[in-house]
Design a protein around this ligand. Structure first.
Ligand code: UD1
Length: 410
């Protein structure tokens, strides 16, 4: 498995906290990492892939930086907002463009700002830019009204050099947050509870460069499991962390995918050629619940399963934009509020479709594997934002899939 996009981007942002050379291993070769590298570069850092091992990123962070995340980058990649906390912590100021909505719908950052205010930062917004200031951040107890991943990360990144103790309550518990806490620890931070719902940070005076291996991408692993569920056969997903995917694996097993924990790999076997997956109901929730990022894959699987499955989205209200695309492929799906009612059909039929975002794009590719005839996924650049060689990997598994042309039956 490649390293997790949603961890690598935050680890890269964390390097801003300490001058010197940081080393990150297992960094996925994806477009979003390139964008984060560009953001760090514009702020004055030097980011390079090691020539003898392109999965290793070295980041040289200078003493002085331009503490600004401009609109052209924030607009392309919303995760840029996570530089706010580290810039405030290190330079006492930060300018970050206000992110707009995206294909998930409206995505506010009020919890990021309120939490940072609890640590002593002040914000003004004009001309689409948030300007933050903080003479010296002060440790405090912050109670998040919802376990937001991004808000937890921004607070953690701000708190590590704040004066005194910070306690983040109702923190997000995603494995990528534990990964960030582990990296910060290699930088000299004193963090306990990362990955749990209460994170305690003892602020330290200064940090030094860190070194870390990015946690495997659980969403990428799920994509290959879904591909096997759709197309049949079996797969070993090397390096997948079964312990990070328990709820999802429970749902996939209930659908009839056989999943075995092989220690450092995950085995999955689809039902035989004459059997179908069976429908189940699934609700997305913050970790350890079933991640919202898995949902398009689950909808694709349910669209060919036997029976009716109801998917309930509890994280991003508007995250259903790919459903009309699956319907174009013959899926029988009705959306009611934040529920999708999926009535499984015998087979999908290939069609031209459009990828609205990273995970939905991957789900359409996966759906194309099982569809009769050719499926062409337009706007495939979304997929490259989050997947290192999805097409190559699927092709190696025997799928008839190519970049720039067509995706057909296996
Ligand atoms: C991260 C992931 C994304 C994943 C999501 C939930 C990255 C780059 N992205 O996004 O892939 O789907 O976690 O697991 O890591 N909210 C507010 N106010 C805020 C912050 C969030 O209302 O200040 C709301 C959001 O609109 C959403 C919910 O909280 O409804 C969850 O958002 P959050 O956990 O913050 O997701 P992200 O960090 O944006």
């Amino acid at each position: 498995m490649a390293g997790a996009k949603n961890s690598a981007l935050k680890l890269m942002a964390a390097t801003v906290l300490a001058p010197g050379r940081h080393t990150l291993r297992n960094v996925p070769r994806i477009a979003d990492v390139t964008l984060m590298a560009e953001l760090l570069d514009r702020m004055g850092a030097t980011v390079s892939r090691r020539s003898d091992d392109p999965d290793v990123l070295t980041i040289d962070v200078p003493d002085l930086m331009d503490p600004e995340a401009p609109y052209d980058l924030v607009e392309k990649m919303r995760a840029s907002i996570v530089v706010l906390g580290p810039l405030l912590a290190r330079f006492g100021e930060a300018r970050v463009s206000v992110p707009g909505g995206d294909d998930f719908g409206n995505r506010p950052i009020d919890m990021h700002l309120r939490g940072l205010e609890d640590l002593g930062a002040t914000f003004t917004t004009s001309h689409g830019v948030i300007e933050g200031r903080a003479e010296r951040l002060l440790g405090a107890r912050v109670l998040l009204e919802y376990p937001s991943v991004g808000a937890t990360e921004n607070l953690l990144l701000a708190a590590v050099t704040a004066k005194g103790t910070t306690v983040i309550d109702n923190a997000a518990r995603e494995p990528e947050i534990a990964d960030l806490a582990a990296f910060l620890t290699t930088m000299g931070a004193e963090v306990s509870g990362g990955g749990g719902s209460t994170i305690t940070v003892e602020g330290v005076e200064r940090l030094h460069p860190g070194e870390h291996t990015v946690v495997p991408d659980r969403i990428e692993a799920a994509t290959y499991l879904a591909a096997v569920g759709m197309a049949g056969g079996s797969i070993a997903v090397e390096g997948a962390r079964v312990d990070h995917m328990e709820m999802l694996l429970d749902r996939l097993s209930a659908m009839g995918l056989r999943v075995d924990d092989g220690g450092d790999r995950l085995w999955a076997t689809a039902p035989g050629p004459t059997e179908r997956l069976v429908s189940v109901d699934v609700s997305t929730l913050p970790y350890p619940g079933v991640a919202t990022d898995y949902k398009p894959l689950l909808v694709a699987l349910l669209s060919v399963a036997d029976g009716v499955g109801i998917l309930t989205e509890n994280v991003f209200a508007g995250r259903f934009r790919y459903i009309p695309e699956l319907v174009r492929m013959g899926a029988d799906i009705r959306v009611e509020g934040h529920h999708a009612v999926v009535r499984g059909v015998e087979a999908l039929s290939g069609a031209p479709v459009r990828a609205p975002d990273i995970r939905a794009g991957a789900a359409l590719v996966v759906a194309g594997l099982a569809a009769e005839g050719e499926t062409v996924v337009a706007d495939a650049h979304h997929v490259a934002r989050g997947y290192q060689d999805l097409v190559g990997n699927l092709a190696r598994l025997g799928a008839d899939v190519a970049l720039g042309s067509a995706v057909g039956e296996t």
